[in-house]
Design a protein around this ligand. Structure first.
Ligand SMILES: [Mn+2]
Length: 340
């Protein structure tokens, strides 16, 4: 990405805001993925170097597989956040009014931060900066740094650091490389760019540990997770009319193997199912507790944009990887299933 003057000006402004701020809130999206956690950790590293007071927040359960990243122990993960919210008992683990700067990283949409109401209100005049590579969704940012052409938010952070001549520490290098690797499926997804590969190799020179990242993000599946994978593979079918593959898991099927809720079992399944040759894409639909259905869409086909289907179903994401959530339950009868 060649940085145009307008983007460079935004990066400089963002750093000015950070330097002036007294208390900074960092937030990312629920069910945080590698890029989300890595982006948080990279900015935590920067803020600690500057001696800035800060809090990092992620709604939802902690994702254990990223605990190898520096500073993850400082992130406040809020368990049961959404159920508390719907029952009206939501209580934030901090006083939102104390912050003068809020930085959202990799969020996709404000609703995924768990802080949508507070951020929209900005009742105490907080300045809101957004770094994201998802498509635009709303007009809530005071400073919006959005680059859908970047493979990861971590890639955007790299340009931000460069524009401001900020030293890339070994910690930051590990974070940026993790974000790029996880969001490109270790450079396998079609969105992978030459720039992302160049940045990754530069991160190795700054001390990022590639084998350690891959070991933690790829070779990390437990036996229950593998069993659930097996079931998802077994249930995989192709809809010949649309040349689209799908696999459906009911809650009862999943619970038979009691996978650890803190393990990212399902994202990796949809990624693996998309290895199927010759189809336009794949849908992985699973039933969750509380009458929710989660759908993941993946495609490796150059002409297919699965985010259009995800958007129609109230979700979102990228052309090659998207998701949605619906209310309902899955009923299976022999080889057939329906949503009730
Ligand atoms: Mn991302």
């Amino acid at each position: 990405m060649d940085l145009d003057a307008a983007t460079t000006a935004k990066f400089l402004e963002a750093f000015q805001k950070i330097k002036k701020a007294e208390n900074i809130l960092l937030v990312t999206h629920e069910r945080a993925d590698g890029d989300a956690v890595a982006s948080l950790c990279a900015i935590i590293d920067l803020l600690e170097g500057l001696g800035k007071k800060h809090t990092a927040f992620c709604p939802g359960e902690p994702i254990n597989q990223f605990s190898f990243l520096p500073h993850t122990e400082k992130i406040i993960f809020k368990d049961n956040y959404h159920s508390l919210k719907s029952s009206g008992q939501r209580k934030l683990p901090f006083d939102f009014r104390e912050f003068d700067l809020i930085i959202a990283l990799d969020c996709g949409s404000l609703d995924r931060t768990g802080l949508a109401e507070e951020i929209r209100e900005k009742s105490f005049n907080q300045f809101f900066v957004e770094f994201d590579h998802h498509l635009k969704n709303g007009n809530h940012s005071d400073l919006e740094i959005r680059k859908p052409e970047a493979v990861a938010t971590s890639e955007i952070l790299y340009y931000f650091l460069k524009a401001n001549k900020i030293k890339i520490t070994k910690n930051i290098a590990n974070c940026v490389l993790t974000g790029i690797l996880t969001d490109t499926g270790n450079f396998l997804y079609s969105a992978t760019s030459q720039k992302a590969i160049n940045i990754a190799s530069e991160m190795l020179l700054y001390g990022a540990r590639f084998p350690r990242i891959v070991r933690n993000t790829l070779y990390n599946k437990s036996l229950p997770a593998m069993k659930v994978w097996g079931l998802a593979l077994n249930n995989l079918k192709i809809n010949k009319k649309y040349n689209f593959a799908f696999s459906v898991l009911t809650l009862a099927e999943i619970e038979k193997f009691s996978p650890d809720e803190n393990e990212d079992v399902f994202d990796s399944i949809s990624g693996f199912l998309s290895n199927l040759y010759g189809v336009k894409g794949v849908l992985f639909l699973r039933e969750e507790k509380g009458g929710k259905l989660k759908g993941s869409l993946r495609s490796a086909h150059p002409q297919v944009d699965v985010s259009r289907l995800a958007n129609k179903l109230g979700g979102g994401g990228h052309a090659k990887a998207s998701g949605f959530v619906l209310g309902g339950k899955i009923e299976k009868e022999g080889n057939n299933w329906k949503i009730i």
